[in-house]
Design a protein around this ligand. Structure first.
Ligand code: NAD
Ligand code: DAU
Length: 341
């Protein structure tokens, strides 16, 4: 099979490309990526000499480019990971989220419709909004996104479903929980806290730190997507996570314990506006395809923290580069207690 993996140089996309080529060595994978700050060639450093892997540096919102690449490589399946993905960035500068996540996904759907391709879309648990204690989101729950990022992902998710209903386009959707693991850009909480702890810097915990997330290992997200691609029903949505949450303070404890640091590094800072209190998904529908997560959330966070301790070559150039400007903007006032809502 010939696959177009959009966003394949990002965190989950690159883990998926590595996993897919290991499991399906005869397939050809075309990574289609704009290489934003989050898209990094080095995430696939060990694979670029493979004859089964190609890179196209381009925008998913460029319809002519997507069409030409799909034709040239005789693509049969598009897996759409490409997105702007960080909630805090969506609060600082929301418009690009609509452009990439909504318009970009819409362009992929149009090309898939024109060329008769299957499209699998990577959505997120954030589309359900924050979930009251005692409930776990199921795939038929209504969407109630609360940040510009989540709203753009919900719009894309619904466009994909609309193309199945209206045009019969062969689509599937997975909604992933918070992923952790190798090659996650250090703007996200687990790599940020891990790299800060390694550097002996403060860990900025938003608000009371009692928000709950399902920290799932990226490996289990990859196997979940594979299960849906191979055995899922067309037109269906599948949740992918562990079904078990922990508070951010528990996640921080695991990071500190793994890296042998103490909690004097923890600093509670002013909260993220509109911060979702709890995500929680029921993953029984995916289990019925024969899938089971390999990692519990505790082990997933610990292994991720360890990876950052062992792979400074990967994150030090990021932290010493353009990331500093974002870090200053997002955290300087928060960390010295001067931030206002
Ligand atoms: P990431 O930010 O690490 O990577 C995003 C990738 O998309 C980068 O390679 C970037 O260069 C590329 N990209 C951005 N805009 C593009 C454009 N216009 N055209 C082409 N490429 C573009 O993201 P991630 O954490 O790997 O997330 C991947 C997908 O999974 C996203 O759709 C995200 O919404 C979803 N998701 C993420 C998580 C998570 O915990 N990280 C959980 C559930 C779902
Ligand atoms: O749930 C899936 C989503 O997980 C994905 O769709 C998003 O792409 C991904 O970014 C992630 O969103 P979150 O906002 O949950 O992840 P983040 O790593 O930014 O934050 C995790 C938790 O940690 C959240 O409750 C906010 C908190 N946090 C985060 C940062 C960056 C802090 O307390 N301090 C921080 O500095």
């Amino acid at each position: 099979m010939n696959l177009l993996i959009t966003g394949g140089c990002g965190f989950i996309g690159s883990n998926f490309v590595r996993y897919w080529l290991a499991m399906h060595p005869d397939d050809r994978v075309v990574v289609y990526d704009k290489l934003t700050y989050a898209g990094r060639r080095e995430n696939l450093h060990d694979l670029w000499n493979s004859s089964q892997l190609f890179l196209v540096e381009a925008d998913i919102a460029d319809q002519e480019s997507v069409r030409n690449v799909c034709r040239a490589h005789q693509i049969e399946l598009i897996v759409n990971f490409a997105a702007e993905t960080h909630v805090d960035q969506s609060i600082l500068g929301p418009l690009v989220f609509t452009e990439t996540n909504v318009r970009g996904t819409h362009v992929l759907l149009e090309v898939a419709r024109e060329l008769g391709l299957r499209l699998h879309h990577i959505s997120t648990d954030e589309v359900y909004g924050h979930i009251p204690d005692g409930h776990q989101s199921v795939e038929t729950d209504s969407l109630a996104p609360r940040s510009p990022y989540a709203a753009s992902k919900a719009a894309a998710d619904q466009l994909v479903q609309a193309y199945f209903i209206t045009y019969g386009l062969p689509v599937t959707i997975t909604r992933g929980a918070n992923n952790v693991g190798p090659y996650q850009y250090p703007e996200k909480a687990v790599p940020l806290f891990s790299t800060n702890a390694i550097l002996g810097e403060l860990l900025p915990v938003y608000g009371d730190g009692r928000q709950m997330r399902d920290y799932a290992h990226v490996y289990d997200h990859c196997t979940g997507i594979e299960a849906v691609l191979l055995r899922g029903d067309i037109g269906e949505v599948y949740n992918v996570g562990t079904g078990r949450e922990m508070t951010n303070l528990q996640m921080v404890d695991i990071v500190l314990e793994t890296l042998a640091k103490d909690d004097s590094l923890v600093q509670h800072v002013i909260d993220r506006p509109g911060h979702d209190r709890r995500y929680s998904m029921n993953v029984d529908k995916l289990r019925k395809l024969g899938w089971e997560p390999k990692y519990d959330p505790r082990r997933a966070v610990a292994e991720a923290a360890r990876w950052y301790a062992e792979n400074r070559w990967w994150w030090e150039p990021i932290r010493n580069g353009e990331f500093q400007e974002y870090y200053e903007r997002q955290y300087a006032a928060r960390l010295d207690g001067k931030a206002e809502r």
